[in-house]
Design a protein around this ligand. Structure first.
Ligand code: FE2
Length: 209
């Protein structure tokens, strides 16, 4: 069995102050950000903002966002973890039909060797689009975050057709245990959860969930 570093899956309300949100959008600078990626398979625009370590997505990216945002993410996440945490990555995504067909099918975040705590904040948006985590529905208002484990919980969005003017902006944050001796996810756990997410994905594609 592999240790889940999340103590409780919850919604956190009013994550950032108005000033923090204004400064975040300034730093993201949607019109001129040089790291923008179009991910039409998710119907979203995606921007990596901070990466602690080099990965397949990006070289380490300098902290371009305000330190107070960083502190808020770490402080709120730490309330729902049983281990000390560090931020691994922060990225921004805007889902809109301008970028394809917005969707998020059932999956786990299998690209990590160590357990993750996921802290996803709905920065802005004009739709209700439930996030399902282990079959439980979470509905975010603007400035709400959901805390769960992307490596340990199968998660997805309910099926929804977004109209032309509908969108949702999400700040996607991944945190790991802050330790010199990282606890890796074992192979058996990986295999089991992979089967589980594949079964759920088939059900999703058949319209059963
Ligand atoms: Fe995910």
């Amino acid at each position: 069995m592999s240790k889940n570093i999340v103590s409780k899956n919850v919604i956190v309300n009013n994550v950032f102050s108005d000033e923090q949100i204004v400064s975040l959008y300034n730093d993201i600078s949607l019109d001129s950000n040089e790291n923008i990626m179009m991910q039409d398979f998710y119907g979203r625009l995606y921007i990596p903002l901070y990466w602690r370590q080099k990965t397949h997505i990006s070289d380490p990216i300098e902290l371009k966002i305000n330190q107070s945002i960083f502190d808020s993410i770490l402080n709120y996440s730490s309330k729902f973890s049983n281990v000390p945490l560090q931020i691994e990555s922060i990225s921004f995504a805007r889902y809109s039909s301008q970028y394809g067909v917005p969707l998020l099918h059932p999956h786990t975040d299998t690209n990590f060797k160590e357990p993750r705590l996921t802290f996803d904040v709905q920065l802005n948006g004009n739709i209700t689009w439930p996030i399902i985590i282990e079959h439980k529905e979470y509905i975010l208002q603007n400035n709400d975050a959901v805390v769960f484990s992307g490596t340990h919980d199968v998660h997805w969005r309910s099926k929804k057709i977004l109209k032309d003017d509908e969108y949702v902006d999400i700040l996607l944050c991944q945190l790991s245990e802050k330790t010199d001796n990282p606890n890796t996810i074992d192979d058996k756990f990986m295999k089991d959860i992979d089967i589980k997410q594949k079964v759920l994905r088939l059900k999703y594609e058949k319209g059963l969930i």
